[in-house]
Design a protein around this ligand. Structure first.
Ligand SMILES: Nc1ncnc2c1ncn2[C@@H]1O[C@H](COP(=O)(O)OP(=O)(O)O)[C@@H](O)[C@H]1O
Ligand SMILES: [Mg+2]
Length: 409
């Protein structure tokens, strides 16, 4: 059965929890928030700060709680504000006004860490003042509330932690969706998907939707597909970080979360640099950095001076970032290099070669290295030229189809 993915509602919306029972694995946090709202009048603090990683149910918890308690939510997204005046205008009105239908109100300021950098310091101060004045319970959310700039604000809030979800909780969420959507799945694969999300239910639900959108089925192959795609996503983000900034500090960290090794990073840069840096002078400077990195890379390996890898990283991140005069505004599609595939093939081939050598070594009682060097080349010539020798060797060494193919070349 083929579904039309393009027009589908995101599962994260369609299966957004409608009540507290559907918020999985956050019982303590839900209780704490509920207590804060219900006993707001007696509470010393006017706000609760719900904090924790992305996609664990912070925002949706506030919504289901308000619903269950019959309260109206006034939501303000902190990153919408760029300055103090706007914040006072938008939230200020809400904290003082009576509710429209004279229901009680909860004021939600979602993602306060959206306000970052020194420019927005005024913004956080403004929120802190509003918290002091508010006559309604305020709930703020943040992924990381421990920065210094939140010190004053934190002291005015009840802290409520939303931890990362364990994989069984995520599994439960995914299973429910599969059953409702009639998605076929292998239980182990679904658990694998849950594990891979690293505690982030939103990511897991999104993955489930992309993987099953076409076929309505979750197979073992889906997981591999996901791993490949995630890998590519992170390296592409790294490239964007380097290419689209001239700020050394920003560029420096680009490869921090990338799992590809240095050789692969160099290949990705090599492949995509000319697409981004179209001015010859920029390109020349950038390739100068890249080629130096490549040279150092080989020397480090030869001399085992791993400590110097830091400098290579700087060359290929910050070095390439500042090689351009100005940022290029256009968006180009970054692609993996064809050479990675070639490297992979080369490795596969040498693995077959080694496997055959190992079989020979066992028969003639020598080392694999010795067989590789002195026996295999001659056997191969005879193998190609003489059919009856070929047949007996296949039998003797129990060669697989791929190994036979390799020997024929
Ligand atoms: N604890 C949870 N229980 C059930 N679904 C969840 C949970 N956490 C996240 N989700 C799913 O992820 C989506 C996003 O959750 P959200 O509350 O926006 O996360 P956060 O605000 O912590 O980033 C929800 O709509 C829901 O589909
Ligand atoms: Mg949220």
């Amino acid at each position: 059965m083929i579904k039309h993915t393009v027009f589908m509602i995101p599962f994260t919306k369609k299966y957004q929890p409608v009540d507290c029972d559907n918020v999985i694995g956050q019982d303590k946090a839900l209780n704490d928030l509920k207590y804060f709202i219900e006993y707001f009048k007696k509470s010393k603090k006017n706000a609760a700060l719900a904090y924790g990683p992305s996609g664990v149910g912070k925002t949706c918890s506030v919504y289901v709680l308000a619903d269950e308690l019959g309260l109206e939510i006034v939501e303000v997204n902190a990153s919408d504000f760029r300055n103090k005046n706007q914040i006072n205008l938008k939230i200020g009105a809400a904290v003082n006004q009576q509710s429209l239908f004279s229901k009680g109100k909860v004021i939600l300021v979602d993602e306060i860490d959206g306000l970052s950098g020194t420019k927005d310091r005024g913004g956080i101060q403004a929120i802190t003042k509003l918290v002091e004045k508010s006559t309604f319970p305020m709930i703020l959310t943040a992924t990381n509330p421990w920065g210094n700039k939140f010190n004053a604000l934190r002291r005015k809030c009840n802290l409520v932690e939303f931890g990362p979800l364990d994989y069984l909780s995520i599994f439960k969420i995914l299973k429910k969706i599969c059953d409702k959507e009639k998605i076929k799945y292998d239980e182990d694969v679904l658990k694998g998907l849950a594990r891979r999300a690293g505690g982030d239910a939103r990511a897991a639900v999104n993955d489930l939707q992309t993987l099953t959108g076409r076929t309505n089925e979750l197979t073992k192959g889906s997981l591999d597909e996901l791993a490949e795609r995630n890998k590519e996503d992170t390296i592409i983000n790294a490239l964007i970080k380097i290419f689209k900034t001239t700020d050394v500090k920003v560029a420096k960290t680009a490869f921090d979360n990338v799992r590809e090794n240095l050789d692969e990073q160099l290949l990705w840069l090599d492949e995509n640099l000319p697409k981004e840096y179209t001015k010859p002078a920029d390109l020349a400077r950038a390739y100068d950095k890249l080629s130096k990195a490549d040279v150092f890379n080989r020397r480090i390996r030869r001399w085992q001076h791993w400590r110097f890898l830091v400098y290579i990283n700087l060359l290929i991140t910050a070095g390439i970032a500042v090689s351009k005069d100005k940022k290029y505004t256009g968006m180009v599609e970054y692609k993996p290099t064809g050479r990675i595939l070639k490297l992979w093939w080369a490795k596969q081939k040498s693995m077959k070669k080694k496997a055959i050598a190992a079989k020979i070594a066992e028969k003639i009682h020598c080392s694999q290295k010795e067989a590789l060097k002195s026996t295999l080349p001659y056997l191969q010539i005879a193998f190609i030229k003489n059919k009856s020798f070929r047949d007996s060797l296949i039998k003797e060494l129990d060669l697989s189809k791929e190994e036979v193919e390799w020997l024929k070349k």
